[in-house]
Design a protein around this ligand. Structure first.
Ligand code: NAD
Length: 327
């Protein structure tokens, strides 16, 4: 199978590519993997270093908004797995223009290319943030989309466009909506690597508001396994939630990280809450479990401990990124 992975130099996309070229996705049997990535501040060739010499991998630096390039690459693919996005909520609050360009227009460019090519399977990687915020219970896939941040709104737009291209143009689109990912190679602007690297260095960690916002935590390896299942055996035009099964307040997450780094609560600084900060996310994963046999396999305590260990052992990976992004 020939696979085009957009955003394959980012956190989750690169994990997917490493898995695809390792033995992590037998159901997809990839004999050729093309990564299309613009290498924004969030993209990093070093994330693909473990598979850089694999003859099946081709890296193309380019923009998903570049229609001729996207058309050529899509034409040579059996499967597109679309990760490329502007992904940081805080940045979307400061300025959402790049989010609209990449997440909405870029996704449209890819969908257009898939429609023109025909016969391409298209997995669109979306997020649980498109649902908004939920006080109790969990979202099933048919819940209305009520995004609050500009990031989530841009993802909801692309998510709906993808489903519209299935209905209107018959593109074999499958949408995944996952919860908060954690794991190695995540940019240190995001909560887990930011807090971990701050604490490793004996620096304070910022905690939004009262720390009571709740998130479901999903190890990136479980997420990528779920995506592979959807790509291989999901149904066209369907949406699949992917969750990790560990719900924590941000305060509790920080407690875990304090313990793993041997620091105490005096390192935590309360900061003003994020505007329109969603209180709680929770996805119902019954559909993907029943249809595709998905269940998260990485126990949270083990996954988080391994993640903290990875940041301890890979300072040379994150230090240059942190100097470019003030905490
Ligand atoms: P990331 O920010 O780490 O990586 C994004 C990648 O996309 C980078 O390599 C970047 O260079 C590339 N990119 C950005 N704009 C591009 C463009 N115009 N053309 C080509 N490449 C471009 O993001 P991530 O955390 O790996 O997230 C991957 C996907 O998963 C995103 O679509 C995101 O919305 C979704 N998602 C992430 C999470 C999470 O917890 N990280 C949760 C839910 C959904």
């Amino acid at each position: 199978m020939r696979v085009l992975v957009t955003g394959g130099a980012g956190f989750i996309g690169s994990h997917f590519v490493r898995r695809l070229l390792g033995d992590g996705c037998p159901e997809l049997a990839a004999d050729r993997v093309v990564v299309l990535d613009k290498l924004t501040y969030a993209g990093n060739r070093a994330n693909l270093a473990p598979v850089a010499d694999d003859p099946r991998l081709e890296f193309v630096r380019g923009d998903i908004c570049d229609a001729p390039l996207v058309g050529r690459l899509t034409h040579g693919a059996d499967l597109v797995v679309h990760f490329a996005a502007e992904s940081h909520v805080d940045r979307s609050i400061t300025d959402a223009s790049a989010f609209v360009t990449t997440n909405v227009l870029g996704t449209h460019t890819l969908l257009r290319a898939a429609a023109d090519t025909g016969g391409v399977r298209f997995v669109h990687v979306s997020t649980d943030e498109v649902y908004g915020s939920i006080e109790e219970g969990s979202w099933t896939e048919d819940h209305p989309l009520e995004p609050n941040s500009p990031y989530a709104a841009s993802k909801a737009s692309s998510d709906l466009l993808a489903l519209a291209f299935h209905r209107t143009h018959g593109v074999d689109v499958r949408v995944t909506r996952c919860s908060n990912n954690y794991g190695p190679y995540q940019h240190p602007e995001k909560a887990v690597p930011l807090f971990t690297t701050q604490l490793i260095d004996g620096l304070p960690v910022p905690l939004y508001g009262d720390g009571g916002n709740r998130r479901d935590w999903l190890h990136v390896d479980d997420h990528c396994r779920g995506i592979a299942l959807v790509a291989a055996a999901g149904r066209p035009g369907e949406v699949y939630n992917i969750g990790g099964g560990t719900e924590l307040t941000n305060r509790r997450l920080v407690d875990h990280l304090l313990e793993l780094t041997g620091r105490d609560a005096s390192w935590v600084r309360a900061v003003q809450d994020r505007a329109a900060h969603d209180r709680r996310y929770s996805v119902d994963i019954t559909k993907i479990s029943r249809e595709l046999g998905y269940a998260p396999l990485v126990p949270f305590d083990d996954g988080l401990a391994a993640t903290v260990r990875w940041y301890r052992e890979n300072r040379s990976w994150w230090e240059p990124l942190k100097t470019a992004v003030p905490a």
